[in-house]
Ligand binder design. Structure first.
Ligand code: ATP
Ligand code: MG
Ligand code: FE
Length: 346
């Protein structure tokens, strides 16, 4: 198969071409800069940008892979979760390609795409693993088997803000702009991660070992900044950014490793936009090495949204023999992750 993956659930327009687990090429456009003034993604602006970017970005992907439109054998597309207006544009583009080529179309869960991104770099997932998804809208610890065959088990999610959302909100209150993750990361360089002891919510919580909460952390950073400003001192942005990062990373890695141990597994996979974070990657590597756990994290460019990861799921579905979703599939903006395909078959 030669699978075209299409992604448009947030502010990235992505097309990727995947065959037999191999990424052949991709095209990516982002409207992030158009949202910067608003401190977050504006759905209507994102949708409009997807519309402008769709055809040129598809052509970039074809060129990058060195294939023709007519070589595509299957189309896979994010049909949820995401911003409804944004998802609709990618869905329309994918339907147009599938219909015009008379090829099967598969709806894909965006978060299964994030997990599948890792297979493009490190090969098939092991029989069972713990997957930590840390992105702009989600923070979940999952027990995962075969991505397309086995149901996905949620061990825990966030009660309030997602990890990426915390980065975005803290960046905003530090005046660092959007997207917040990369901005905080840059600001934290040279900062002292032990300068401020920000709260690690629910770190030792016995009855919710895999549940997260990040809104208190965001408030703690806000209070700290207010206190320093009231005292008429200058805000030590690097120290605050580094200490904030350290608090997030500490909770994420501690809970993820706890899940690996509790389930007697040996592999941890970390995916989603926040997995691009250098401190998270370094701390996770250090603690996994110490615990004898294999750590898999996709390269940073495959952590944030892209079309290749959706193509990777499509390629798995095709090789598994899944039934196509058909041209009538609808967007499902708040889809919960139970399986890779949307809607779930059967
Ligand atoms: P979801 O996947 O939950 O639907 P999304 O698609 O908007 O949400 P992603 O593209 O996976 O999210 O990730 C974007 C998030 O990742 C943003 O919150 C961004 O701030 C964060 N992020 C990106 N790069 C980094 C980084 N280097 N460090 C920390 N966070 C980062
Ligand atoms: Mg984005
Ligand atoms: Fe995402």
């Amino acid at each position: 198969p030669l699978v075209l993956g299409v992604e448009s659930s947030c502010d990235e327009t992505g097309f990727g071409l995947v065959s037999e687990g191999v990424l052949l090429g991709q095209g990516l456009a982002s409207s992030a800069s158009q949202h910067a003034d608003f401190g977050g993604v504006v759905p209507e602006i994102a949708a409009r940008a997807h519309l402008d970017a769709a055809v040129p970005t598809l052509h970039l992907a074809l060129e990058d892979a060195g294939v023709e439109l007519g070589d595509i054998t299957h189309v896979a597309v994010t049909s949820g979760p995401g911003l409804a207006t944004a998802v609709h544009v990618g869905l329309a583009a994918a339907k147009a390609v599938a219909w015009s080529l008379d090829k099967p179309l598969y709806g894909v869960h965006h978060l299964a795409g994030h997990a599948a991104a890792d297979t493009l770099e490190h090969g098939p997932l092991p029989e069972r693993s713990i997957v930590l998804i840390v992105s702009g809208g989600h923070t979940s610890i999952l027990a995962v088997g075969d991505l397309v065959r086995d149901p996905i088990e949620h061990l825990g999610d966030t009660l309030d803000d997602a990890a990426g959302e915390a980065f975005d909100k803290v960046a905003r209150l530090l005046g660092l702009g959007y997207p917040g993750g990369p901005a905080i990361s840059r600001a934290a360089v040279g900062g002292d991660p032990t300068a401020f002891r920000f709260p690690r919510a629910m770190l030792r919580s016995g009855d919710a070992p895999f549940v997260f909460s990040f809104s208190g952390l965001k408030t703690a950073v806000a209070r700290t900044v207010e206190r320093i400003e009231r005292a008429g001192e200058s805000v030590p942005v690097a120290d605050i950014a580094a200490s904030f990062e350290q608090a997030v990373v500490d909770v994420l890695v501690t809970k993820a490793l706890r899940a690996v141990r509790e389930r007697n597994l040996s592999t941890l996979v970390i995916v989603g936009g926040v997995a691009a974070n250098a401190r998270l990657r370094a701390v996770a590597q250090e603690r996994c090495d110490a615990a004898g756990i294999e750590l898999r994290i996709p390269p940073p460019a495959l952590c944030t949204d892209n079309g290749a990861m959706i193509g990777a799921v499509g390629d798995l579905l095709v090789r598994f023999g899944a039934d196509p979703s058909g041209l009538r599939i609808a967007a499902d903006p708040s889809a919960v992750l139970h399986g890779a395909q949307l809607p779930l078959p059967g």
